[in-house]
Write a new protein. Structure first.
Length: 473
């Protein structure tokens, strides 16, 4: 794969600037690839190509768009070994997690959109009118580094199926897997300009996309501060915006009659520790009954030993490095802050020198109060805050005491857990061991974002409504 080109209007071309961004392996600190440092000129080329391709693509029958997407999916699946390898190298995500969650789950996601596309309500008859849904136009998709394939698939597949053309700007830290997607779209025979790939820095490519007059919508996933910046710029030209932002998600464990908490602890740990805590939906605040504190803390320490840290190419390893020196320093500063604020370590702590990779061991703070910095800020690392509650009202109060509202979980007797879930202000709430549903909408309350991804609701985000008043003579 030649990573030193951009994919614009069906062709692999050099970046306009002639400059490059290096890609580092966070497990070894080796620079192993580079991609073009795209700029406004590259965005302009891509926007003109996508804008020119839009009318014909929008008019193409859905059945034909689905056929092309099925071809893409078959090629996408054939790339599995390469995608696993490149994701491990550019992100440091361990092999087993990469294979199941970073790669294979994206085939499931893609197929779910293909299956749901015919059911999207594009025409609705009303008393004196008919409402139609139409594609929006050129969509600028700006994605983060923590799920290099997943965050991209969540945007480009529904956008294209709904008849839009796209320009993808992947994270500058993990851009390489997107090259395989571009190759798969090319091999599948998608018309020129329907999919375009422009790599680069957010301050250049992201800003240029957000302000370009031919771009009709920005779909952004990233930090809340980044989303606010992108949203402001996009709204200067009144673009459609969809923002999937940060989280500080609570996981509430209800008292157990048998005093066995191993299952909910593992659910929480899988959320906050796998992918080294670099997950926007991570259960980063564990809310436990005050009366069970000593018992649960003992189980936390015992089970944490299962979450091994090491070489991400080793199938037995559960946590690899965090993604970059910047992440390593940020997480380390939060651990120091937690200690200075009075948090007590159950396991983990300040990491060793990052000379041989950006490794941080699972870190669990107890004696945390919800007003502490580590309980309020999104750390985006393998750091768990354990907070006690007195009763369910107190648990709900603590759960909602955050500026975020992306995700939550409740574990306990089902009816009681569902009743509590209804009171938590979050876009998604997991009850007990329930799995994720690809057909469900995904998105947040409060500062966790605007709009939804996933399922039919996520596909509707890439459409706009037109009402025809058609009952007269």
């Amino acid at each position: 794969m030649d990573y030193e080109k951009l994919y614009i209007n069906g062709e692999w071309i050099p970046g306009a600037s002639g400059d490059f961004i290096e890609v580092e392996n966070p497990a070894t600190r080796e620079i192993f690839a580079r991609v073009p440092a795209g700029n406004g000129d590259d965005v302009d080329k891509a926007a003109k190509a996508a804008y020119a391709a839009f009318p014909a693509w929008a008019k193409k029958p859905l059945a034909e768009r689905i056929t092309l997407m099925e071809r893409f999916l078959a090629i996408f699946k054939s790339q599995e070994d390469d995608l696993i390898d490149i994701t491990i190298r550019e992100l440091g995500s361990p092999y087993t997690f990469t294979k199941a969650s970073q790669v294979e789950y994206q085939y499931v996601r893609t197929m779910s959109y293909i299956d749901l596309a015919p059911d999207v309500p594009m025409v609705e008859k009303m008393a004196a009118s008919t409402t139609y849904r139409e594609p929006i136009g050129v969509i600028g998709c700006i994605t983060p580094w923590n799920y290099p394939l997943g965050q991209v698939i969540q945007k480009i597949i529904p956008a294209m199926l709904m008849g839009n053309t796209v320009i993808l700007k992947p994270s500058q830290h993990t851009p390489l897997s997107s090259y395989f997607l571009a190759d798969a779209f090319e091999q599948a025979g998608f018309p020129k300009g329907v999919f375009n790939l422009v790599t680069g820095r957010g301050g250049e490519v992201g800003d240029a996309l957000s302000s370009h007059p031919l771009v009709s919508m920005i779909s952004f996933t990233g930090s809340t501060s980044g989303g606010v910046t992108v949203g402001k710029r996009a709204l200067e030209s009144v673009k459609h915006i969809s923002l999937e932002l940060g989280g500080k998600s609570p996981y509430v464990i209800l008292p157990s009659k048998d005093h066995n908490y191993s299952t909910p602890i593992r659910i929480c740990f899988n959320s906050i520790f796998l992918n080294s805590g670099q997950t926007c939906t991570a259960f980063s605040r564990l809310l436990i009954p005050e009366s069970e504190k000593a018992l649960i803390e003992k189980e936390l320490c015992a089970i944490a030993k299962e979450y091994t840290v090491g070489d991400p190419t080793d199938p037995c390893v559960k946590l690899g490095p965090v993604s970059s020196m910047a992440q390593y320093r940020k997480i380390s500063e939060y651990i120091s802050k937690g200690l200075s604020e009075g948090g007590r370590l159950l396991t983990g702590g300040l990491p060793e020198s990052p000379d041989h990779g950006y490794y941080i061991h699972p870190t669990i703070f107890t004696n945390v109060t919800n007003d502490m910095t580590i309980a309020q800020d999104e750390i985006f690392g393998p750091v768990l805050c354990v907070i006690t509650y007195k009763d369910t009202d107190d648990a709900v109060r603590i759960a909602n005491d955050t500026r975020y509202g992306l995700n939550a979980g409740v574990y306990g007797p089902k009816e009681e857990a569902i009743a509590i879930a209804h009171r938590i202000k979050a876009g998604n709430v997991y009850i007990n061991a329930s799995p994720r549903d690809t057909a469900a909408p995904f998105g947040g309350y409060k500062e966790s974002g605007l709009g939804r991804e996933g399922g039919i609701y996520g596909m509707l985000e890439f459409t706009q409504q037109k009402a025809l008043f058609d009952t007269g003579d």
